[in-house]
Design a protein around this ligand. Structure first.
Ligand code: 13P
Length: 254
């Protein structure tokens, strides 16, 4: 597939995999994806597996991401993890503002933008998640919701920082439900977000930013989703927990 931007496909393992299970998974991925260079491949294990997975992927093209981080650098923040701690394990990407955290940890757009700035300060690339609920889509509010999230979560970033930021469009109703947005729905939302980036930053930034689609991406729907002009990769949950299915998503996207 000849795309303007290099595809980036990331596996968000969420709260799954012990260290032993994580190592099994990356061993399988290394075999399945040996010599694959066409797509940027990222795995995002839970914090507890970062150290071992980091060592296991040293001799591969797989890159490491974390699922969250603190907005603070150091100090009295019980249970939090700072960007500099992620850097110790050669983490390059960090998912911020996943809808599960927006919903259950009440993360606000303002907090997510502070985390994005902290990530950039540590040279980590944030994967900033946005997406509407089913009720919002049915009420015709998708664009309004996306605009509020994009403007709020990316507030204060410079053009250079924005260029190094990845956006994941994840309609909440498609996450873990087996329901995927139609290719048209995905393309429309991605194009809307890119248009917004042009207004907030400029056309060049908008053209460079990679926008992933997330929500029940599977080997069977990856090709069609990735064929859309503004879909530049995927953030995969359930189907990233098995080497075969995650690798097939990547192979089917090329
Ligand atoms: P599923 O692929 O399991 O729907 O999860 C999507 C997601 O939330 C990735 O961040």
């Amino acid at each position: 597939m000849n795309k303007e931007r290099k595809l980036i496909i990331a596996g968000n393992w969420k709260m799954n995999k012990t260290v032993a299970e994580a190592l099994d998974l990356v061993r399988g991925l290394k075999i399945e994806l040996a010599n694959q260079k066409e797509v940027d491949v990222v795995v995002c294990p839970p914090f507890t597996a970062l150290s071992e997975v980091s060592k296991a992927i040293l001799d591969s093209n797989i890159r490491l991401g974390a699922q969250n981080m603190s907005e603070h650098n150091v100090g009295a923040h019980t249970g939090e993890i700072a960007a500099v701690m992620l850097k110790e394990f050669s983490v390059r990407y960090v998912i911020l503002g996943h809808s599960e955290r927006r919903q259950h940890q009440k993360e606000s757009n303002a907090l997510i933008s502070r985390k994005a700035l902290a990530a950039h300060a540590a040279s980590l690339k944030p994967i900033v998640c946005v997406g509407e609920t089913l009720a919002e889509r049915e009420a015709g509010e998708t664009e309004k919701v996306l605009e509020t999230q994009v403007r709020g979560s990316l507030a204060g970033l410079t053009k250079d920082q924005m260029t190094e930021t990845i956006i994941a469009y994840e309609p909440v109703w498609a996450i873990g439900t087996g329901k995927t947005a139609t290719t048209q729905q995905a393309q429309e939302a991605h194009a809307f977000i890119r248009g917004l980036l042009a207004k907030m930053f400029d056309e060049t930034v908008a053209r460079r930013v990679r926008i992933q689609y997330g929500g029940s991406v599977k080997p069977s729907n990856a090709r069609e989703l990735m064929s859309q002009p503004d879909v530049d990769g995927a953030l995969v949950g359930g189907a990233s927990l098995e080497a075969r299915s995650f690798a097939e998503i990547i192979k089917n996207s090329i």
